[in-house]
Design a protein around this ligand. Structure first.
Ligand code: ATP
Ligand code: MG
Length: 393
């Protein structure tokens, strides 16, 4: 007798021909996430993946918690695997689910029998289990229409399984099924949320962060590491490129009109991120921009930054209000880190009156005084690479 986890695929159930590749990637992702907890066996049948611990000392609370963060899972439940014996089912169903049964008023039992040789048919299994539960918890009532708890008994070929309500999974597509993209990550609220959202659509993430020491501190880089550790709970490992941006920012400050600082700087970010992405076989960029949120995120400003990106730029928050973004950031555990007060390179040398309706020709003209290629090459040479792994709460 042991506890296992049963996983229902999410959208991959719809993927027809690709389904088995998708399932393989999902299993690989779950495997990676659970590896440090001990050894598990994985089996697939009827769009359900069973995760079976191979030793008794595995922390199944933590295993279930981690499964809940893996994209590509619609729902999952913990289940008790027992011998295919009616007495075993009747003794264990009330015992296994007691912490739920104690605290509710209504339940029903659903039985499924794929082994047609089992001596009882499904309605008999349901009725007998229901009675066993009512005997132990006489305060309960059976409600077949709207029960608080559905107790499911499944009799399969080797074992029977007892489980309670299914929990909601993280949804989305398994990470790695949509390719790879590079997120421009700041220490702010938005870009970690944007990372989470695109990873949910099946993208493996790389990240690029621009740091301008001594104007920005080591703490602000550490903050970015901690933000990405939270994102990695969902996305899996993230390769972070921290680019030295000081020379570029100083060159802009010394040579370009002040009202264009931010836009010229953001165009450098896009160019450098495109180059790093290209080398890493990453096919898109991701930013945390939201239309109209600040001067550099007006339609005209976005057109200026977009025009130097060498690949599609995904802005999953473009239509979100700040409070919606904040809610998501609380949900994924990044908010409290994001609001720590460290300087970002965007906040040093900010113009007092940034252009809100910039013109691409004007910006290009203003950039001409800079040695764009030289600055970019030196910044990329001055890049640190680090792999960020997930850090559970
Ligand atoms: P965030 O909360 O993500 O910092 P923001 O509202 O502060 O966003 P901006 O500072 O204008 O917005 O930045 C817009 C986007 O540019 C960010 O969402 C992020 O994708 C990218 N970005 C900003 N600063 C950096 C940085 N230092 N390194 C990498 N990317 C950055
Ligand atoms: Mg920012």
């Amino acid at each position: 007798m042991k506890e296992i986890i049963l996983i229902k695929n999410g959208e991959l159930a719809l993927k027809g021909l690709n389904r088995s590749t998708f399932e393989d990637i999902l299993v690989k992702n779950i495997r990676k996430r659970l590896k440090s907890l001990g050894e598990f066996e994985y089996t697939k049948a009827q769009s359900t993946i069973s995760v079976i611990p191979l030793s008794d000392d595995i922390d199944m609370d933590e295993a279930a918690n981690r499964v809940g963060h893996v994209f590509g899972i619609a729902g999952y439940s913990r289940a008790l695997q027992v011998d295919k014996d009616m007495d075993e089912i009747l003794v264990n169903a009330p015992k296994y689910l007691d912490s739920y049964l104690e605290n509710i008023k209504t339940f029903k039992v659903e039985a499924k029998r794929s082994d047609k040789n089992f001596p009882y048919i499904s309605p008999e299994i349901s009725a007998m289990t229901g009675k066993a539960i009512l005997t132990k918890f006489p305060h309960l009532k059976v409600d077949v229409k709207n029960p608080e708890l559905i107790v499911t008994i499944e009799v399969r070929d080797k074992y029977a399984f007892i489980r309670g309500n299914q929990l909601k999974g993280a949804g989305g597509l398994p990470v790695g099924t949509s390719g790879k993209a590079t997120v421009l990550i700041s220490g702010g609220i938005d870009s970690p949320v944007a990372s989470y959202m695109m990873s949910k659509r099946g993208l493996t993430l790389n990240a690029v962060h621009f740091a301008s020491p001594p104007y920005t501190s080591p703490q602000s880089e550490d903050k970015v590491h901690r933000l990405l550790q939270k994102v990695a709970v969902y996305s899996g490992n993230i390769t972070l490129f921290t680019v030295g941006f000081t020379e570029i920012q100083e060159a802009i400050r010394d040579n370009c009109p002040e009202d264009m600082f931010t836009l010229i700087m953001r165009r450098f970010m896009m160019r450098i991120a495109s180059k790093i992405a290209f080398k890493e076989d990453s096919k898109a960029l991701i930013t945390g921009e939201s239309l109209g949120q600040v001067a550099s995120q007006t339609l005209a400003a976005i057109a200026c930054t977009d025009s130097v990106a060498k690949m599609p730029v995904f802005r999953p928050l473009i239509g979100n209000d700040k409070d919606e973004i904040v809610n998501l950031s609380r949900q994924i555990g990044t908010f409290n880190i994001s609001i720590e007060p460290y300087e970002d390179c965007c906040t040093v040398f900010t113009p007092k009156h940034p252009k809100t309706k910039p013109d691409i020709d004007m910006i290009e003209e203003a950039e001409k005084v800079l040695d764009i290629e030289g600055l970019i090459t030196r910044a990329i040479d001055n890049t640190k690479v680090k792999t960020i792994s997930f850090q559970e709460n």
